[in-house]
Structure formats: structure tokens, C-alpha cells
Design a protein around this ligand. Structure first.
Ligand code: SF4
Length: 197
């Protein structure tokens, strides 16, 4: 059984595939415990692989996005193979990179949090994009990651907070930082502006 927080259909709001419809499989629990995390890790439903496939197949999206929490804690080669074989969809993962991810994942979004917990280094084998939550930290460190290579797009994402004024300030600060260093693109979390999950 795998620890599922929710499975839902929406539109990718972040990174290179922004705007593409996707089925999100959100796993519960994470090994980083970031103070700004917006996932409720206490909520979880145990589901077997057949149940996950059934829930995913309710939707016509081309993409499955494995997210969390930290999905790499709960998935293995078997689930990835089953999802590919049963759904014929393309599989993406959003990971903090502190674990290896199974073979066969089609798109890896690395969202490193090593500045929050330096005792857990990034070890994931590759990144197709790197997405950093902007909290005012040093940004140069991310260009030293072994997963960063020319051609791997770097996304800077405003840190979401409930307080509207603070969030507006965070948006402004992130835009300002990206404009000052155009190696970054903004990942604005389109779903928040559309008012969808
Ligand atoms: S790494 Fe991501 S999912 Fe894990 S605690 Fe931090 S923000 Fe939440």
C-alpha cells in the first residue's frame, strides 16, 4: 500500500509544462520538514497500485505528476512500470532530490531544499528542470549542483504564504531577482491565479 494524500485533475502551474492538464498523485509525508510546506502530511489514504491506476485513468490528461510530500519515499520501479503499461501516460515527478527515483520516469523536476536541511544532500540522478522556492537565499549555490547542466532550465518560484500582502511582496521580490539574473525564469504557480487546485 502507498500513502496517498490525494489524486486530482488540474493544470500544471509550475515549470516548463505550465498550462498542460495533468493528473496529480500527491503522496503524503516528507523527509525535509520545511517550515513553508503547503502539504498537509497528516492526511493519507493507503492505496494499492490497482487503485492508483483506476483513479488516474478517470482523467484524459497526457501527464501524470507524482508529487507530495516527497514521492520518491513511496514509489518504486514496479509502480512506474504499472502506470506506464496501464495508462500510456507520461510520468513526471516533483522531488527534493534526496533519494534516487525509479528508472522510467519521463520528466524530473528537482526542487532542492538543501538550504533548509543541509544534512540531506541532493543525490537524484538527473534533473530535467530545477525549481527553487525563493525565500531570499543565495541563488548561486544551485548552479553548483551536479544535476545542473547547460540546457537545464532554472525556475525561481515565489514562496506562497496565506497573508496576501506578504505574498505580493514575495512575488515582487522574486520577479526582481529573476530580472537581475536572467539565468532564471519565473515559475508563478499559474493554478493560484486561476483559482484551481
Ligand atoms: S521538501 Fe517539499 S514537500 Fe517536503 S517538506 Fe519541503 S516543501 Fe514540503
Amino acid at each position: 500500500m502507498r500513502k496517498i494524500n490525494e489524486i486530482f485533475y488540474s493544470v500544471q502551474g509550475e515549470g516548463a509544462h505550465v498550462g498542460e492538464p495533468a493528473v496529480f498523485v500527491r503522496f503524503s509525508g516528507c523527509n525535509m520538514h520545511c517550515p513553508f510546506c503547503d502539504t498537509d502530511h497528516s492526511e493519507a489514504t493507503p492505496m494499492n497500485d490497482d487503485e492508483i491506476v483506476h483513479a488516474v485513468c478517470l482523467y484524459p490528461a497526457r501527464w501524470i505528476v507524482l508529487t507530495g510530500g516527497e514521492p520518491s519515499l513511496w514509489i518504486d520501479d514496479s509502480l512506474v512500470q504499472t502506470l506506464h503499461r496501464a495508462t500510456h501516460k507520461t510520468i513526471a515527478i516533483e522531488t527534493n532530490g534526496t533519494n534516487h527515483v525509479p528508472e522510467g520516469i519521463d520528466w524530473i523536476t528537482l526542487s532542492p531544499k538543501t538550504d533548509v536541511n543541509p544534512t540531506r544532500p541532493v543525490i537524484v540522478q538527473r534533473a530535467d528542470e530545477i525549481k527553487v522556492v525563493d525565500r531570499g537565499q543565495d541563488l548561486e549555490q544551485y548552479f553548483s549542483l551536479p544535476q545542473w547542466k547547460p540546457g537545464v532550465q532554472m525556475y525561481l518560484q515565489p514562496c506562497y504564504v496565506e497573508d496576501h500582502e506578504q505574498y505580493q511582496q514575495n512575488l515582487y521580490n522574486t520577479v526582481r531577482r529573476a530580472m537581475a539574473d536572467p539565468r532564471w525564469r519565473i515559475s508563478a504557480q499559474l493554478h493560484r491565479f486561476l483559482g484551481i487546485p
